[in-house]
Design a protein around this ligand. Structure first.
Ligand code: NDP
Length: 336
């Protein structure tokens, strides 16, 4: 059982020495539990936060434990009637070949006949689209004709936010890094406007947003924070709703600098929502059904960036922070 362990807490950007890959015997199912042979693991910006010893919505990953990750895999041994050997399951496990589970935990069965690759349970059928769905449908509630501004727009969550925003009738402006990603926003995801934030000052970026949305944004879906968010904050419409979904530009900075234009929230009587998808678990079936329908209709496209090999976990994870990922980042651990 190869396990990708958190050896020490990263200071700033994670480096290979923060992790160790060890090999241990394959575990057997415990009393009342089962073992999953992991095939794909989700690589998420949130994992960077779980590596820090700081208060959060989940305890930090203990040092010496495998890096916590949502995985999809096959039950390889079982001591519970709930799960049979051969069942496909998805759950919160770790970056490792085999994960021990107790019955009654988060792990759920999935039906591989529904998808062309089990990785889809981490992307199109996973929390990515649901994060976009509930953040819009339940929190921001964009109205037809309103302006929706999305950062991290070409990423997994951001690209889904923009597309669902269009389905809901909003005018969608996306902010992403580089010309190629901006082209994809228009050509692949149907955004109305794409803005490249790279190499621009807060003032220059704010001016570009203003040119695209002279009346300001009614909804901001925030995935990035830092300078990008500062530029957005200078372009709020009165009573704007800001969904604070992520702050990826700050995850690797030991000193959390934060935004400086927060006073705009007050000035525009805006509302800032701290948003976590986990709260919506009881409604995943509802969101999943809506997204499946939009995908079947060709109105929603969720791309994947599949990297291979547990031994490449660090390099693969860093794609999220260099922006190299071209869709939902997934690590293939083994064939199904
Ligand atoms: P993405 O697929 O969007 O990948 C991350 C992207 O972030 C990169 O491709 C890069 O795009 C961008 N990025 C990285 N560093 C910076 C930086 N310093 N400044 C600006 N952009 C940067 O990842 P996800 O879709 O998985 O996650 C997107 C966001 O959503 C994250 O903030 C994550 O924490 C959050 N999230 C929140 C959830 C919740 O429940 N609240 C659930 C799931 C995700 P580019 O090339 O454009 O720079």
């Amino acid at each position: 059982n190869r396990r990708f362990l958190l050896a020490r807490r990263p200071h700033g950007e994670p480096v290979p020495e923060d992790f160790s890959l060890v090999t241990e015997p394959v575990p057997q199912a415990p009393e009342g539990g089962f073992v999953v042979r992991n095939c794909y693991a989700s690589l998420d910006p949130a994992q960077r936060g779980w590596m820090d010893d700081a208060p959060s919505y989940m305890p930090p990953i203990p040092l010496g434990d495998p890096v916590r990750a949502t995985t999809v895999g096959i039950v390889s041994s079982s001591n519970t009637d709930e799960f049979q050997v051969g069942d496909w399951v998805m759950g919160l496990n770790g970056l490792e070949d085999y994960s021990v589970n107790q019955a009654g935990g988060f792990t759920m069965k999935v039906d591989p006949s529904l998808v062309d690759s089990p990785s889809k349970f981490l992307s199109a059928m996973g929390a990515v689209g649901l994060t976009a769905y509930f953040g819009l449908i339940d929190v921001a509630k964009p109205q037809p004709g309103e302006t929706l501004l999305v950062s991290g727009a070409a990423g997994a969550v951001g690209s889904a936010v923009g597309q669902i925003g269009k389905i809901l009738g909003a005018r969608v402006i996306g902010i992403a890094g580089g010309a190629a990603k901006c082209r994809r926003l228009i050509d692949d995801y149907g955004f109305d406007v794409a803005i490249d934030y790279k190499g621009k000052s807060v003032d220059a970026l704010a001016a570009e947003i203003r040119a695209a949305a002279p009346e300001g944004a009614n909804v901001v879906f925030e995935n990035v924070g830092g300078d990008v968010m500062d530029a957005e904050l200078m372009n709020l419409a009165k009573h704007a709703r800001i969904v604070l979904c992520g702050l990826i530009s700050e995850y690797n900075s030991p000193e959390k600098v934060g935004v400086r234009n927060l006073w705009q929230v007050l000035a525009q009587q805006a509302t800032l929502y701290g948003y976590l998808i986990m709260d919506y678990a009881p409604r995943f079936a509802e969101g999943g059904a809506a997204m499946a329908e939009w995908m079947a209709q060709g109105r929603l496209r969720i791309d994947e960036d599949v990297q291979e090999g547990l031994e490449n976990a660090h390099a693969a994870f860093m794609r999220l922070f260099t922006g190299a990922n071209t869709g939902k980042l997934v690590l293939k651990i083994a064939d199904g």
